[in-house]
Write a protein that binds this ligand. Sequence first.
Ligand SMILES: [Zn+2]
Ligand SMILES: [Zn+2]
Length: 266
Amino acid sequence: MLVDYHMHSDFSEDCFTPMEKTIEAAIRKGLTEICFTEHMDYDYPDPDFTFELDVAAYREKIKIMQEKYAKQITIKKGIEIGLQPHVLEKNKQLIEQEAFDFIIASIHVSDKKDLHSGDFFVGRTPSEAYRFYYEELLYCVERFDHYNVLGHLDLVKRYKTLDTDENFHDIIEAIFKEIIPKGKGIEVNASGYAYNLGTAMPSHDILSLYKECGGEIITIGSDAHKSEHVAHRFPEIIQQLKQIGFRYLATFSEQKPTLHDINKFI
Ligand SMILES: [Zn+2]
Ligand SMILES: [Zn+2]
């Protein structure tokens, strides 16, 4: 068994790979199940990017792909929604209107400023930026329940190196204590390796903290925007999760998790 629960196609603003190409790469790599998680990032601050998904076209395309590849691989319909305090209500309306198998909630924009462009870091020390980012995530999870896992929880690390030894476990623990009782999980996102973080996201200490807080729901995703990144570095990530003590990996149908014995995954 091998699954990839975070991947993009040309339905996402920042991806130019047709779905078929990624599906065929997944089949070649022996994956049994994949979930597309296209971007829907309301009120993205960069005017050059809209990050708004054509929901009807996506629904139709997924249906065609599910039928075309039915004998070879299971394909799920997911979405990656961007969390920002002022778009929570809009996200909720979308999720209530459209059926998805799986929803990742991610922060790409904090304080209404883009992390990717670096605008968010202007006028803040790295420490201030990290704290603001995690506190905004806590604010959102206290007020929003329309998702299944939090995406790349420590993404802020990708864009700015910290110059102190803070780990922000106080806020991250508060986030876990908020989400775990509600049946929400986190993902392990392999793209940290592709972006030279030297680790998946979140990092080992945060995964251990999640385990200590009683977290069990965990998905694994490549965040592939190119077909060659499908299931990138998964064997070592699965090994790492086993070492921490995680016993299951989750897949989702209609937003309901199924927990699979982690030893079944290669
Ligand atoms: Zn993301
Ligand atoms: Zn993504």
